[in-house]
Design a protein around this ligand. Sequence first.
Ligand code: ADP
Ligand code: MG
Length: 621
Amino acid sequence: MAFIELDVLNNNAEQLALGIDLGTTNSLAATWRDGRPTVLRPDDGEAVVPSAVYFPEDGFPVVGRGARERAMMDPGHTLFSIKRFMGRGLADVQADLRNVPCDVDENENGVVRFHIRGRQYTPQELSAMILKKVQDVACRALDGAAVTRAVITVPAYFDDAQRQATRDAARIAGLEVLRIVNEPTAASLAYGLDQKGDGRIAVYDLGGGTFDISILSIEEGVFQVLATAGDTHLGGDDLDRALADEARREIAEQIGDEAADDPAFRQALRLAAEHCKVELTRQPRAQMHLSLPDGGQWRRTFTREEFEALAAPWIERTLESCRRALADAGLGTDEIDEVVLVGGSTRVPAVRRRVEEFFGRVPHTELNPDEVVALGAAVQAHVLSGGTRDILLMDVTPLSLGLETMGGAVAKIVHRNSTIPCQATEGFTTYADNQTGIEFNVVQGERELAADCRSLGRFKLTGIPPMPAGMARVAVRFHIDADGLLTVSAKEESTGTSSSIEIQPMNGLTDDQVEVMLRESYEHAQDDFDRRRVADLRAEIGIMTHAARKGLESVGAELDRETREDLEEALAVVEREARSDDAEVVQKARDAFERATLPLASLMMDSVARTALTGKSLDEV
Ligand code: ADP
Ligand code: MG
């Protein structure tokens, strides 16, 4: 319902270059835009390209999400984890060959070749396909601009041959490589740690199939890798497998081992397990739902505790690598100044907790861990394109700005770290029938509830003509000028009624306060998510029950007695359940109530149609 437009006004032209994270599991690109690195996400799709290639019987290879999906149906013609083979000979990759569904050999120069559908492909060519797809997505996000220059990242432990293979892949893809950059260095750049003075950084990167820990030092802006350690076969896939194995065991009891080992079913199980794992990052329990090979259905709810117990041994193994890396660097955890989390699997709350305990400090998680490498590569690409670094993190809003909505949640309108000057507009509407005024509470902060953010001021828009709830179209515009002065204005579109206030938010908080608020928002993220969901659901239920009462008043007599009593009962139930703090309970109550109102809704629709025919106004119904 909301419409958001964000016009960033300081759009100075410069030569664009991409920062590309070419990952084992996922790849993506970012670039420098409007004074900061930004992930390139097309309007109609996702930024992330799964690093997978599928070879159909005829036609071009399919790269990315499509390939991942095709693998379910046809696992024999999909290649994953190509990065493991870059710059390696057959002898180096014995362990990885088990997961390759096709014949593999080596050419006279010791380059691995995959034989698939009657052709041979080197890892460089396959990686080039992925890079091309990433470039494609990036260019689409840039409205079709043709960008061919790029910084590409590699793990810190990559040797010359592996780096050269990456360069070659880029050349094959038609990209001009500005530089190959270490992933942990890129992650540190994304956080601006090069600007914080000298220090030592631990970068903990848990991706899909690999774990890397890197200890870096920065001296006068120059990065040095002090030590690396890790496990080339440990990552999110293992967490998926742990969940999938648990599910498979239970399913096999039901349908037997043979059916449970059906290859297509195993793929489906793997995807369902990953989905369940991701859900468990956001909520305390999640359901795994599978169609069994025998046509039956299987459902099982996993709790976060169950998952964490399965994940614990893997997490402990990453910490052993951390100990090793520290020992190699000759450092204790107390000599590490910053810890940075990288990789999609560091979204798992238990991982964050254990890493924090291990290093004894709160790790950086402000940026998305699966985007941070690409963002850092974009910083480097910008610097290599002649841009200066100084403008990074200058002239940005330190905290998000937004409005309190019905139910006490916050609608963020200008996001944290937006470059200024900027403006953003969002649409709001009235909550009650014939509401002639709206009070706006302008808030600043990262938390999801207005009560936990800082209120910057309130103002009222009055003089909205009486109309039914939800009909008014009120556009609220936030404008921050170059001096950081915020003006918020609201305008009712049909009548042009408007009102505004000027606020000075930028010097209201000290850096320390900003730090504290940020930290709090990360600590409370899950809590907030649930509370926000409950607040939104309650507001929705409020509108629904109001409408149902009005409907009962006007056309309720036309309902049969049983339906009416059911509805009245449902009203009482939903109002009681809405007081619960459990989002699941409130969601269920809302859904059940919606079902109970269906007969009334269709009756009201009929009645509106009849009214139109007889020429009576809505008020008279
Ligand atoms: P790589 O660097 O290996 O290419 P990524 O950093 O993109 O990979 O990490 C991919 C892994 O992150 C996958 O195993 C995926 O399941 C996992 N992942 C992504 N999002 C989440 C999440 N919200 N919770 C748990 N794991 C996640
Ligand atoms: Mg990665």
